[in-house]
Design a protein around this ligand. Structure first.
Ligand code: UDP
Ligand code: MG
Length: 315
């Protein structure tokens, strides 16, 4: 097996950071090449996810200056997961291993050495795991923790504190190609593929420049997608809940019959109101969750392409 490395870097409005990222990646890859750890045909593949700023023009310039850098341009913004996927599927045609990494230098470039070492030791997947979350706000830290624990409870096999900084071998990517789902949650799918895997620990830095492209709304959406595309336990939970409430209603029925014969029939208005509202709320909530899954089925059944490539700079 060879050791051609491709770095896949999704970029959405990253004009403030891409020059610095390029500089650091170029140093790192050249060092690895001279140490003989990776092949000299190793590349960096920037995936432009429909940026509205100068990102694509800058990628074209970078490519013209140094052919180690390539650019893939999507037809429009498709979101981080799809941008990464587009890059992975393009890179695997030539690479033996691919590392996906954010453009903003939050992922520690120095962890790449260790990832490549692990690949050479025979691991197919190397997860970049952050050992601290100091640079995140307290809010993001707590919600992320609760969320990961929740996913684990739902039976989703996910690596704690791992985002999308990871190395994957070509055979993992060949198998990833068979996962056709439109609602893609890479973190949950890669562990499903199997093959030997290990972790590499790093400290997550602050964003080098620019702003997070993941506002709260997008984050919540992503979090919800993660749950509903990987687990059907919420639906089961509703079934169990419905069953419990049914049993409870039998108890209440028995109670009202007994009360009737005991002569306490002046039943309260409040108890009726409470049950009407409680049950109504529960029903709407349950229908909502089921609707969420039906929505997913609807989207999946169309089998639309997950990304469309407009341009590929690969000369
Ligand atoms: N990104 C993307 N498409 C999007 C949003 C983000 O390709 O629609 C890229 C972005 O350029 C960056 C990575 O995904 O390289 C992670 O985004 P960001 O750093 O904004 O997320 P955060 O680190 O704040 O979670
Ligand atoms: Mg970031």
């Amino acid at each position: 097996m060879g050791n051609i490395l491709f770095m896949v870097v999704p970029c959405y409005n990253e004009q403030e950071v891409i020059t610095e990222t390029t500089k650091r990646l170029s140093e790192k890859l050249n060092a690895l090449i001279s140490q003989g750890k990776i092949d000299k045909n190793s590349k960096v593949l920037y995936v432009n996810d429909g940026s509205k700023d100068k990102t694509w023009e800058m990628i074209c310039d970078i490519h013209n200056n140094d052919k180690m850098f390539r650019g893939l341009c999507l037809s429009r913004n498709r979101g981080h997961q799809n941008a990464v996927l587009a890059g992975l599927m393009t890179a695997k045609e030539e690479a033996d291993m691919v590392i996906s990494m954010d453009a903003d230098l939050q992922d520690d470039i120095n962890a790449i050495d260790e990832m490549v070492d692990k690949f050479n030791e025979g691991y197919d997947v190397v997860y970049g795991v952050r050992n601290k979350r100091d640079t995140d706000t307290a809010f993001k830290r707590v919600t992320a923790q609760v969320y990961y624990k929740f996913l684990l409870k739902l039976g989703v096999d996910i690596v704690y504190n791992h985002a999308d900084f990871r190395l994957m071998s070509k055979r993992v990517l060949d198998n990833l190609e068979n996962y056709k789902e439109v609602n893609l949650f890479l973190r949950g799918i890669i562990p499903m593929i199997g093959f030997p895997s290990t972790n590499v620990y790093y400290e997550r830095a602050d964003r080098f420049a620019g702003e997070s492209k993941y506002p709260l709304k997008k984050m919540l959406h992503f979090a919800f997608d993660g749950i509903t595309s990987l687990s059907i336990k919420p639906i089961r939970f509703i079934t169990v809940l419905g069953l419990l409430i049914f049993f409870l209603s039998i108890v209440i029925l028995a109670y009202s019959i007994i009360s009737h014969f005991l002569g306490n029939t002046a039943l309260g208005w409040s108890s009726i109101m409470v049950s009407v509202w409680a049950l109504g709320g529960l029903q709407i909530f349950s229908i909502g969750i089921i609707g969420e899954y039906i929505g997913k089925i609807y989207l999946e059944s169309k089998e639309r392409p997950r990304f469309i490539i407009k341009d590929y700079l690969n000369d």
